[in-house]
Design a protein around this ligand. Structure first.
Ligand SMILES: [Fe+2]
Length: 236
């Protein structure tokens, strides 16, 4: 069998720079030497795949973060759903999405988060779901609140959900954050502002009544575009 084709180069114009002055931590952790481009071999262009592979590796899906404990968490229940597609808008099935977020008071269940906000004994804020045959995913959670951080004086992160996507290959792994529409903190956020302005709104979910469920939860749509294969050259 021939090796699968390598992935195309990512479009650097879309991505935030590794070092962004306003996002202080990025400056100290960014590489100071030129990057070395690693050629894509079989290791980079493949990954875990096949029916049920993620369940075998990671355990069953956790799609409802409001039912991980004996009681119901405090806060606004929401449904977040969307599609995972490649750069040619083709659905990508079998992608594992991992979710991490703060609770409705803006507090993480993490030893480094000790700020003055309550933990919720009924909310951990971590979940996991695999896209279906049409690249769709859906999770149920609690809308996270903003939280303070140490970037500059009186800095607060907008409400957000962390996502990590492990796709069909290690080369199209994607880690990002989803924000909520109309958040007054979004334009002030140093992490979001590191993304070039023309592409920044791609990080904001769309409020969607089709995703909402009557007397249960409001809904948001958020799609992901994974790095795709080299497009076949077209003859003009
Ligand atoms: Fe966060």
């Amino acid at each position: 069998m021939a090796d699968p084709a390598p992935y195309s180069r990512e479009d650097d114009a879309v991505q935030p720079p590794l070092s962004f002055a306003d996002f202080k931590a990025s400056v100290v952790r960014a590489p100071t030497k030129p990057l070395i481009r690693v050629p894509h071999t079989l290791t980079e262009v493949t990954g875990p795949s096949g029916e049920g592979v993620w369940e075998k590796l990671m355990g069953g899906a956790v799609i409802d973060l409001t039912r991980q404990h004996s009681g119901t968490p405090i806060g606004e229940r929401i449904v977040v759903s969307g599609r995972v597609v490649d750069e040619n808008d083709r659905p990508v099935p079998g992608v594992m999405l991992e979710i991490l977020q703060a609770n409705a008071a803006g507090r993480y269940v993490h030893q480094y988060d000790q700020h003055q906000a309550p933990l919720d004994p009924n909310f951990t804020g971590a979940g996991r779901v695999v896209t279906d045959a049409n690249g769709n995913y859906r999770i149920i959670t609690i809308k996270p609140a903003p939280y303070p951080w140490y970037n500059q004086r009186n800095a607060w992160r907008p409400a957000h959900i962390h996502f990590s996507l492990t796709g069909s290959a290690f080369a199209n792994r994607l880690v990002t954050q989803m924000y909520f529409p109309g958040d007054p903190l979004f334009p002030l956020d140093a992490i979001a502002n590191a993304v070039p302005q023309a592409y920044r709104d791609r990080l904001v979910a769309r409020f969607d009544m089709e995703t909402a469920e009557p007397f249960w939860a409001l809904g948001y749509r958020f799609d992901f575009v994974l790095r795709g294969r080299n497009a076949t050259p077209v003859e003009n």
